[in-house]
Design a binder for this molecule. Structure first.
Ligand SMILES: *[C@@H]1O[C@H](CO)[C@@H](O)[C@H](O)[C@H]1NC(C)=O
Ligand SMILES: *[C@@H]1O[C@H](CO)[C@@H](O)[C@H](O)[C@H]1NC(C)=O
Ligand SMILES: *[C@@H]1O[C@H](CO)[C@@H](O)[C@H](O)[C@H]1NC(C)=O
Ligand SMILES: *[C@@H]1O[C@H](CO)[C@@H](O)[C@H](O)[C@H]1NC(C)=O
Length: 771
């Protein structure tokens, strides 16, 4: 009886708590302010404001909120400002005259020695047509977590004065002053207003309210793109050699828009805005979010404005692979970069008690764990948690782990953190196993205890041994750095894949570049694992991701820009794409490490970058703002959507037949409808035609088309089959007709179109898919 009463009372009590919570929460959401980017319709600005944009913004804002202040005003990326508003205020504002769109803040994420030689860049110095003076006029802007200015990779010895047109600045802040910049790091700015509005003031103890990089990611991407050469670079002696950025003579500028708590769209927009104004030539953004329509994605919008200012924008494709359609940053004015491996490995041998040996990878810097066999356990068998096999924090039972090597599965939590979990539970070592998802991809990490990662096949073997042997044991031996690993490159499992769900007729990614186990500059604020317990300090770190492949392309684009200052961003991208390679020296197609099978254009786009060939492509597929506007018309964008995406008051010509098929892209994506009806559906061949325009950027001559198709059922006809060029920048158009009977939905077929004058090979990948 008493018990029941207590229970009843408890119920009432709980109800009270929850009701209370409910109302408080309710009230909070009503009052809570969020950040919005307010896009103003500058083509409909009331005359009464006399062209005073600021007072127009201010009066619009004041009409819905007395207290709201502008965080930023934007000039290039948007015509408008960002501010904090309640949902109600935002709604009221969006209905007002002159307001184009009130866009809620979105959070974006970072896409977390030997590369120059691997890319053949050591040869480029001899074939570079431009003087080094021209190369040093190029500025690469990097939107990221900032920069560690004391890095040797930012030494400016030998560089001439800062390019005369440069308007950037070295912003002063926490641990950062004007002498932090030099003739290499020509600018450094930070954008924290959106971040602080969302999460509160920055705590100077944990992160610098300045361009200083407390994370490492920004220093790594920046020095990859344009770092100066540093001799004797390595991580704990691994990957030792001369480290240098892709464009060692280019200047770099850091735009810190990402903080320990994330990257906010109002800050990103402000960063791009300033980078455009400062005069960068290349913009590198290893940042991405969920794919959304171009007119709602601030990276796509910002990149559009940047591109229209002649700035090449290079972004990471994302680390969502190997799932199909996992891409981000797919706008056709952006260069979208996937990741491959290089010819360098950090092997570790796992010896089992049954005498078998498996090769894995590790960046562990200490002694091998190989003096005597050590008991081996599977994390899933020594944990209380249902997901203990992932070695998530606090999940291992110390008494069952102490003195042993623990098998942990990859996924869910950071790989280096798993090692820390094992170490804290008293384990001596860790074997990190790949599931099918990661295939044979070996990502090496600077673990805090002896540890190595294994590919899927070896992982299965090691686990089945651990499950079946009564007393399983293992040892781990670290080998160090191994060069000229074959085959390389292979497409990284994590690299995001096509098809492009947003615009299926545009093939993405555009190309791949090195993104696995890349050595570049690091922050002095955290150790190489980025974990707070890691007190080691390094000038260089080895990390992986499309975040790392993106700045490779940014730097290489800077070299092409230096060699051909007059080329448009589209022409530079075309040069990088049509000269990329898709086979090894043996003639076999580049592999996808996730499957062990030949990769396809959905994995590598046009292929792996070949910077030396990119300097002399012969012909390019150029595109300008008018082409992008036609692209929007082909997508049936409304005038409103075009205003947002392109900041232009443009009306599509209703008499024109705009087609994405005719957008002048250096690759072809051909989605075909599957005939409806099982068996009974008509199997009459479908035929579609694409149009392209080539521009001569070489010496001219006669180019002949040839198509290599992997599927005999698809007929590909190029018309005309030869094109002759005499003048520089002369343009010639052609059409490609794809004819095919219906195939089962989900079928893909790939081909390559090559235009060659016997010397240059201008190659475009073709991806045909039945949907
Ligand atoms: C600027 O920073 C440098 C290097 O950290 C330091 O030597 C110098 O004293 C600083 N100058 C000022 C004005 O704070
Ligand atoms: C260890 O875990 C594996 C996989 O969950 C299971 O098959 C095996 O039976 C477990 N072994 C023991 C001794 O519990
Ligand atoms: C696991 O469960 C056992 C028995 O319930 C308990 O004694 C132990 O503290 C738990 N260990 C962890 C790490 O939660
Ligand atoms: C645009 O509209 C036209 C005409 O309604 C239609 O045929 C076409 O499929 C649409 N295009 C897209 C990309 O939706």
């Amino acid at each position: 009886m008493k018990k029941i009463l207590i229970l009843k009372l408890l119920q009432v009590f709980l109800l009270l708590i929850f009701c209370g919570r409910y109302t408080i929460a309710e009230k909070k959401t009503q009052e809570a302010k969020k950040t919005y980017i307010v896009h103003m319709d500058k083509f409909n600005m009331p005359e009464s404001f006399n062209d005073d944009h600021l007072s127009w913004y201010d009066s619009s804002l004041k009409s819905v909120s007395d207290s709201a202040e502008m965080l930023y005003t934007y000039k290039h990326v948007a015509h408008g400002f960002s501010t904090r508003l309640t949902t109600q205020e935002a709604e009221t504002l969006s209905k007002q005259q002159g307001i184009l769109y009130v866009m809620p803040e979105v959070r974006y994420e970072l896409h977390t020695t030997r590369t120059p030689e691997f890319l053949g860049l050591d040869k480029a110095t001899t074939v570079l047509p431009a003087s080094s003076h021209q190369q040093s006029q190029v500025v690469i802007g990097v939107l990221d977590t900032g920069v560690w200015p004391e890095l040797k990779s930012l030494d400016d010895t030998g560089l001439g004065p800062v390019p005369s047109g440069w308007k950037g600045e070295c912003e002063i802040g926490n641990n950062f002053n004007s002498s932090s910049c030099n003739r290499k790091l020509v600018g450094a700015r930070f954008f924290a207003k959106g971040y602080e509005a969302a999460l509160g003031p920055i705590d100077g103890k944990t992160e610098s309210r300045s361009p200083r990089d407390d994370d490492g990611h920004g220093s790594h991407t920046l020095t990859t793109a344009g770092g100066s050469p540093v001799q004797g670079a390595s991580l704990f002696g691994l990957a030792s050699g001369t480290a240098r950025g892709m464009a060692p003579q280019a200047r770099v500028a850091a735009y810190k828009v990402c903080w320990l708590g994330g990257c906010f769209s109002s800050d990103i927009a402000a960063g791009i805005d300033k980078a455009i104004e400062d005069g960068v030539n290349v913009l590198s953004m290893s940042i991405g979010g969920t794919s959304m329509d171009y007119y709602r994605d601030i990276i796509a919008i910002g990149a559009f404005t940047a591109t229209s200012h002649g700035i090449l924008v290079s972004t990471s494709a994302g680390n969502g692979g190997p799932s199909p359609g996992s891409l981000s940053n797919v706008a056709p004015w952006i260069t979208t970069v996937g990741a491959g491996t290089i010819d360098r490995d950090f092997p570790a041998y796992i010896n089992l008690g049954n005498g078998k040996t498996y090769t894995g990878a590790s960046l562990y810097s200490g002694k091998s764990l190989s003096d005597s066999p050590i008991p081996l356990v599977y994390a899933g068998n020594v944990s209380n948690s249902s997901v203990g096999y992932l070695c998530i924090p606090e999940s291992l039972i110390p008494s069952k782990v102490a003195g042993k090597i623990v098998i942990c599965e990859r996924g869910g939590t950071p790989r280096v953190e798993k090692g820390l979990v094992v170490k804290k539970a008293g384990g001596l070592g860790m074997i990190l196993t790949n599931s099918e998802e990661y295939g044979e991809e070996l990502v090496a990490d600077p673990h805090l205890l002896p540890a190595a990662s294994l590919g899927q096949k070896s992982s299965e073997a090691v686990k089945s041994y651990a499950f079946s042997s009564p007393n399983p044991t293992a040892t781990i031996t670290f080998v160090g750095t191994q060069l000229r690993v074959q085959p390389s490159p292979v497409v990284a499992a994590f690299s995001s894949r096509g098809p492009n769900f947003l615009t299926p007729k545009i093939l993405k990614p555009d190309l791949i570049a090195p993104g696995v186990n890349i050595l570049a500059g690091w922050t002095g604020a955290v150790g190489p694992t980025g974990l707070t317990v890691d007190t080691r300090h390094v000038n260089f770190n080895i990390i992986s991701g499309t975040s790392m492949s993106c700045p490779h392309i940014s730097g290489l684009a800077a070299i092409v820009k230096g060699a051909h200052p007059e080329w448009s961003p589209a022409a530079i991208r075309s040069a990088l794409m049509t000269t990329a390679y898709r086979t090894y020296k043996t003639g076999k197609t580049i592999e996808d490490i996730a499957t062990g099978q030949p990769a396809t254009p959905f994995d590598y786009g046009a292929g792996h970058v070949d910077p030396v060939a990119a300097l002399d492509p012969g012909l390019v597929y150029d595109a300008n703002v008018d082409d992008y506007l036609s692209f929007f018309c082909a997508l049936n964008y409304t005038q409103f959507q075009i205003k947002l995406a392109a900041r232009r008051d443009f009306t599509c010509d209703s008499r024109k037949n705009y087609r994405v098929e005719d957008f002048n892209y250096p690759s072809f994506a051909v989605p075909l409808e599957t005939a409806s009806g099982i068996g009974g559906g008509s199997n009459a061949p479908t035929s579609v035609q694409y149009k392209r325009i080539l521009t001569n950027v070489g010496t001219g001559g006669t180019y002949k088309a040839s198509v290599s198709s992997l599927s005999p059922s698809v007929k590909i006809v190029v018309e005309p089959e030869t094109l002759s060029f005499t003048e520089l920048y002369e343009k010639k158009s052609y059409t490609v007709t794809f004819t095919s009977p219906s195939m089962p939905s989900g079928t893909n077929s790939f081909a390559y179109l090559e235009w060659s004058d016997g010397n240059h090979k201008v190659v475009s990948p073709i991806a045909i898919s039945w949907i």
